[in-house]
Design a protein around this ligand. Structure first.
Ligand code: RIB
Ligand code: CA
Length: 333
């Protein structure tokens, strides 16, 4: 089977790390490069974290630094109060990875994306795990080339609720103009929105984290340790025991969309993004399959609204820790 050509755009980030590990573990992906955008923490920190994951996985792809501020420059991600980041000051909870600086490219993320798509028209899938600034900058620089992207899988948005505000999810809230300009391309290319409605249906339980810690080697222990930073936040904010690994859901669905029932995938619907005011970053989606709403515009997105959580957890363990999988099935599930 020919490998799928993939670029990962990310702001690592604890859940980004799970997602990158899964994407690099999947034999059906040829991860051509990892482009970085500021988001969870500042750009430099995100780049170091991405270099750490590439080193941890002994991956042969390069890391391409990208945008460190949102499109309209109003929110310089570097100025985020890092101590309040959900992902901790360094972006990976209490974990520090060893970066392989030899894998840091001097090519800007936007130029890498455009060059790669130009060389592989109609073949490159982009999985976005952070704010969409790099994608929007690429569209602004060369829209015709970006129309040759095969598809985009984007962790972001939320139809029924938000997490950065009551109505907006962090990635699209952080740079709503970029999200708006990205989805404007949705009439020309397939964009799959993997929002909170689906990610928050998944849960790695405390038993899952214990299993990662004790039965999945150094990699599992690192992922579990990173997540420990999260558990208190999820309990305090949502009374959830365990963690929601949002970005991993986007990668696992890109690998296998059948983790979602067909009737939980709303294909070719209209999605618009509020980009200012109290509802900044809100994704307004015309989900009605029967056109109940006034048809508000172009069909520019496929929106995932559900997933089989047990199948998702099993697929991740089977992909990344196959030797431990039988024990996981027997004692944890
Ligand atoms: O809202 C969840 C998203 O925001 C994830 O990508 C997480 O890494 C944060 O960036
Ligand atoms: Ca992220």
């Amino acid at each position: 089977m020919e490998k799928r050509k993939v670029i990962i755009d990310t702001d690592p980030g604890i859940d980004d790390t799970y997602a990158i590990v899964a994407a690099l573990s999947y034999k059906g992906f040829d991860v051509l490069g990892i482009t970085v955008v500021a988001g969870n923490v500042g750009l430099d920190n995100c780049v170091v974290n991405a270099l750490g994951v590439v080193n941890l996985m002994n991956a042969d792809c390069f890391v391409y630094p990208g945008a460190q501020t949102s499109l309209n420059q109003l929110d310089n991600f570097e100025t985020y109060d890092l101590k309040t980041s959900v992902h901790g000051e360094g972006g990976l909870g209490s974990v520090t990875l060893t970066p392989d600086f030899s894998k840091r490219s001097e090519t800007h993320a936007v130029d890498f994306i455009l060059e790669t798509v130009k060389e592989n028209p109609g073949e490159v899938e982009i999985i976005t795990l952070g704010p969409l600034t790099n994608i929007a900058l690429a569209i602004r620089k060369d829209k015709e080339t970006m129309k040759k992207v095969k598809k985009i899988w984007s962790m972001g948005g939320g139809v029924r609720f938000g997490n950065r505000t009551p109505v907006a999810e962090f990635n699209y809230w952080a740079d709503p103009e970029a999200a708006k300009e990205t989805y404007a391309l949705g009439e020309d290319i397939e964009i799959n929105m993997i929002g909170l409605d689906v990610t928050q249906q998944t849960r790695f339980t405390l038993d899952d984290l214990f299993f990662l810690q004790t039965e999945c080697g150094e990699l599992g222990a690192l992922l579990s340790e990173m997540s420990n930073h999260y558990t208190k936040i999820y309990w305090d904010s949502l009374r959830i025991t365990g963690v929601v690994v949002h970005d991993l859901v986007a990668v696992m669905l890109a690998i296998d969309p059948s983790l979602s029932n067909e009737d939980d995938i709303f294909n070719r619907v209209n999605l618009s993004i509020e980009h200012e005011g109290m509802c900044r970053g809100q994704t307004v989606v015309q989900l009605s399959p029967n056109g109940m709403y006034e048809d508000a515009g172009p069909k520019n997105a496929n929106v995932y609204m559900g997933i089989d959580n047990t199948a998702f957890r099993k697929a991740f363990i089977k992909l990344c820790f196959p030797k431990a999988y039988p024990m996981y099935i027997k004692y944890i599930l």
